[in-house]
Design a protein around this ligand. Structure first.
Ligand code: ADP
Ligand code: MG
Ligand code: MG
Length: 885
């Protein structure tokens, strides 16, 4: 038989699914022998049944009645009994804590008849009327739907009339009058009288709590916290104890440690002569918890004892709600408390030290996103004023610098030692040098996967994008926001964690955790706690962690951060800046000689890049990707060029031969859909000499490093392969060049050649591709783009926020791997690739490699390593360790 209601004595902490977190922990406290007012719990199953059908499931009413009767028998009085009423609270509480998001109704059972009875049994008339007015107010607003502000207004009015400075200034007669006012208010607003029947009050309160699961606040909160919408809430019905019974009563909240820092101690707030939410509602000033030692020494000592017992029992920071009724302590709630990133690490280390938990368990309690937060410098919150503008927090951290409006200016000022913030409408690959030079990037357009966002995150540069309140005027070298004009050179502060921009310099606090990764210095307890979590993660993880890096500096940093190689070295970044001219010459070449000359000029430059990177990663694998983007990215913009030439023509200036050639090439190479066009391996197959030059540069760099006594481990990776034929054809050239360099140098070259798996067709034919590939690296950015058919550069701004609102997905598939679709392709390719070639190396490069949830998936899918930006390496290491537990 289905059961819907459970006594406290029947449940325990691991039944949060059924009883809600609050209910399950109340059962646990009761089992531990802590003073918990008796009660029972209506399960989440009942709520789900009610929400699904719109009516109570059969048998629920009967079960509630049975449990209520048992409660009444034990208490020796009935709900609402006129001469000595039993009162209960009806409390919401779901699987996951949703503090204050659903409803709770106190003092259920009071009515016109039992108020005098309560006054008499307690010997306190004011208290009885105070409880009644609370019930009418809570019931009226949450169950009967009257606007809560109307009650507040009535209360304010009364306080003014009698000259009371707060609710304590209202006496029994005032409160009795207030109850009348409230009841009239309810009748006027709803056409219905406040129900006098205790049974009806209880019944309707339970249903109202069910319904509060779908209240607007609750729904919003769930969306933000990624809590599923179909869990439902449990309902706890619990005997009331009273904190509003005079000065030796009160209500409070407590933490077993400081939730901000994790340091042990007594933290919390207490409010005398108060009930329920009064402590947090700010109706009167609370006192710090340790003052309770003076106010109610015995209860305080007991509370300290219970706090210690709970912490020892849960082996973690607990937060607690309690009430003192005439000196007697009652425990009303506990849960493993929410905490800051700092506290998470500190507490995990502390409880491990105290022997309360194992190192494994401690590691499960810290998360990669928390680590990431600790690695960025922060603004000192106390000294920041109002933001100038808000945008999307695209790449976290805090930075201060002079606003500049183009890449060249950023580079120029940075070279002169100035800190700059690059401000653009949006960025393009052309802005890369400026982005590298800048402390922060600010754009007025684009979403979390816009060029600015992706590149900035990759570099660990602070970025706020899509700040629509600002208008950028690159020609006028200024931007405006809310009536303020910011000229070039003006100092601004950018908070990439909060998505805010400030005028002027907000003071920065450096991150000791980041310094630890750079230097190994353990500056304080927090850093030590982080270090220990990292050490344990490295011990237990199976998944390797590499970095995406294109320069020796990034490679070196990645190595300091614990990278075990480079999983993606993008060669296109080596084709920008000065070298762009050479690429252009290669594209414009009309004869083989011209082309070979251009390639010949690029060769030593590329070789030099690779030598540096292989040196920085000596002894560790470096996966070098052959040129991937469409070539026209290295040519001028088509429209700009056409406009310039047209303007020249209008002034009678004929185009130079070079310009004419450029225009012809730009037009010839124009593609409507370049990301699905001539790029990746396709380029290698149709642009003669390009692959050869790149492979030669790699091979010669390997030779050079070996001669210098190094241990270079280059791997060559072919992007955007669709079919094994493509790979076979490129490999012919790759192998020929490797053999050539090997012969010239007299050195055997064992450079593994592999491919990216970033197209659905490649994933589905991975068994065939593996015949030609010594390793796979899943390019999950393109694989997501092509599997969903989402243009990464467009969809986010176009409709992702609508999709997130409508719940099509709860997180962008570009941020966290889509397990069902893209993840399935990864699993298929991994299995079929390995079946065809046992020992095939499997890795992931792309944004997902540094995303905590995705890391867990890649571990579960049995991949060998993930590769992510250097700054994400510690995060990936930590999560890979957690995934292995
Ligand atoms: P929330 O989930 O919003 O914290 P709760 O169900 O915890 O809501 O109720 C809010 C407050 O009401 C609690 O902090 C507690 O002080 C008070 N409360 C709830 N039940 C009782 C009770 N049986 N006796 C006394 N106070 C109660
Ligand atoms: Mg609570
Ligand atoms: Mg790709």
């Amino acid at each position: 038989m289905v059961r819907y209601v459970y006594a406290f004595s029947e449940g325990s902490r691991d039944q949060a699914d059924l009883l809600g977190g609050k209910g399950a922990n109340l059962c646990e406290m009761a089992r531990l022998g802590l003073p918990v007012p008796p009660g029972f719990i209506v399960s989440t199953e009942a709520c789900r049944a009610y929400l699904a059908t719109g009516s109570e499931p059969d048998g629920l009413a009967g079960e509630i009645q049975e449990h209520l009767t048992a409660l009444e028998r034990a208490a020796g009085r009935r709900l609402g009994q006129p001469d000595d009423p039993l009162l209960v609270s009806v409390r919401s509480g779901a699987r996951y804590s949703m503090p204050g998001m659903m409803e709770t109704i106190l003092d259920i059972g009071l009515n016109d008849d039992s108020v005098p009875g309560l006054a008499k049994s307690a010997g306190d008339e004011r208290f009885a009327w105070d409880s009644y007015r609370r019930l009418v107010q809570m019931f009226g607003s949450t169950v009967m739907g009257v606007d809560g502000a109307l009650f507040d207004k009535a209360m304010e009015g009364l306080k003014q009339d009698v000259g009371a400075k707060d609710d304590l200034g209202l006496g029994a007669v005032d409160l009795a009058g207030l109850v009348e006012t409230y009841k009239e208010l309810i009748l006027r607003e709803t056409g219905e009288a406040f129900p006098q029947s205790p049974a009806e009050q209880l019944h309707r309160a339970v249903l109202a709590v069910f319904e509060s699961w779908n209240g607007e606040r609750a729904r919003l909160y769930r969306k933000r916290e990624h809590i599923p919408d179909d869990l439902g809430t449990a309902v706890t019905v619990q005997t009331m104890v009273f904190g509003n019974l005079g000065p030796d009563s009160g209500s409070g909240v407590a933490f077993t440690r400081d939730p901000a820092t994790g340091r042990p101690g007594v933290y919390g707030d207490y409010l005398a002569n108060a009930q329920g939410e009064d402590v947090v509602a700010g109706i009167r000033n609370t006192v710090p918890l340790d003052e309770l030692a003076r106010i109610a020494p015995e209860a305080y000592e007991q509370l300290r004892g219970h706090m210690a017992a709970l912490e020892a029992h849960y082996c973690d920071l607990c937060d607690i709600e309690f009430t003192i009724e005439r000196g007697r302590l009652w425990m009303l709630q506990t849960r493993v408390g929410k905490r800051t990133a700092e506290a998470a690490f500190t507490i995990a280390a502390a409880v491990a030290d105290e022997g309360l938990v194992t190192a494994d368990e401690a590691l499960t309690r810290v998360r990669g996103d928390q680590l990431a937060r600790l690695m960025f410098p922060r603004f000192d919150a106390s000294s920041a004023g109002d933001p100038l503008a808000h945008g999307i927090p695209a790449s976290p951290g805090a930075a201060v610098g002079a606003a500049v409006f183009d890449s060249a200016e950023a580079v120029r000022r940075a070279a002169a030692g100035e800190k700059v913030v690059l401000v653009r409408e949006e960025t393009t690959p052309d802005d890369l040098p400026g982005m590298v030079a800048a402390r922060a990037v600010l754009t007025s357009r684009g979403g979390k996967t816009s060029h600015a966002a992706v590149v900035a995150r990759g570099m660990g540069t602070v970025c706020v994008c899509g700040a629509e309140e600002i208008t950028v005027d690159p020609k006028g070298r200024c931007f405006t926001a809310g009536g303020t004009t910011v000229e070039e050179g003006t100092v601004i502060s950018v908070d990439g964690s909060a998505g805010a921009v400030y005028l002027g310099e907000v003071p920065l606090v450096d991150s000791a955790v980041a310094r630890y990764f750079e230097t190994g210095e353990r500056a304080d307890a927090l850093v030590d706690a982080v270090a220990r979590a990292m050490e344990h993660a490295d011990e237990v993880r199976r998944l390797g962690v590499r970095a995406n890096a294109d320069t020796p500096e990034d490679a070196a940093r990645a190595r300091r951060y614990g990278a075990e190689g480079i999983g993606l070295c993008r060669t296109e970044h080596m084709f920008l800046g000065e070298r762009r001219r050479l690429v252009e010459a290669m594209i414009l070449a009309r004869t083989d000689e011209e082309r070979d000359r251009a390639l010949g000029a690029l060769l030593p430059l590329q070789r030099q890049d690779f030598t540096g990177i292989l040196g920085a990663m000596d002894g560790l694998p470096v996966t070098i990707r052959l040129l991937d983007p469409p070539l026209h990215e290295f040519l001028p913009d088509r429209t700009e060029l056409a406009v310039r030439l047209a303007a020249d023509e209008a002034r009678g200036i004929p185009p130079s031969e070079h310009d004419a050639q450029l225009l012809e090439a730009v037009n010839r190479m124009h593609e409507e859909n370049p990301m699905l066009g001539l790029r990746g391996v396709r380029l290698g197959l149709v642009a003669p000499g390009l692959v050869g030059m790149q492979v030669r540069a790699v091979a010669e760099a390997v030779v050079e490093r070996r001669r210098a006594g190094g241990d270079p481990r280059a791997e060559i990776m072919v992007p955007l392969v669709d079919t094994v034929e493509e790979l076979r054809l490129v490999r012919e050239e790759v192998d020929r060049v490797l053999a050539g360099v090997s012969a010239e140098s007299g050195m055997p070259l064992d450079c593994p050649v592999g491919t990216m798996i970033e197209l659905p067709r490649a994933a589905l034919t991975a068994g065939l591709i593996a015949e030609e590939a010594e390793f796979f690296s899943f390019g999950t950015n393109d694989l997501t783009q092509t599997t969903w058919g989402f243009s990464r550069d467009d969809v986010e701004a176009a409709f992702f926020s609508a999709y997130l609102d409508k719940g099509v997905f709860s997180v962008s598939p570009f941020e966290t791997i889509d397990r069902q679709g893209v993840g399935r392709l990864v699993r298929i390719a991994a299995a079929e690739g390995r079946a065809a070639r046992p020992g095939l190396q499997l890795g992931v490069c792309g944004e997902h490699g540094g995303d905590p949830e995705s890391v867990h998936f890649f571990h579960a899918a049995g991949l060998d390593y993930v590769s992510c930006s250097p700054f994400r390496v510690p995060v990936a290491r930590l999560e890979a360790g957690r995934a292995a537990l």
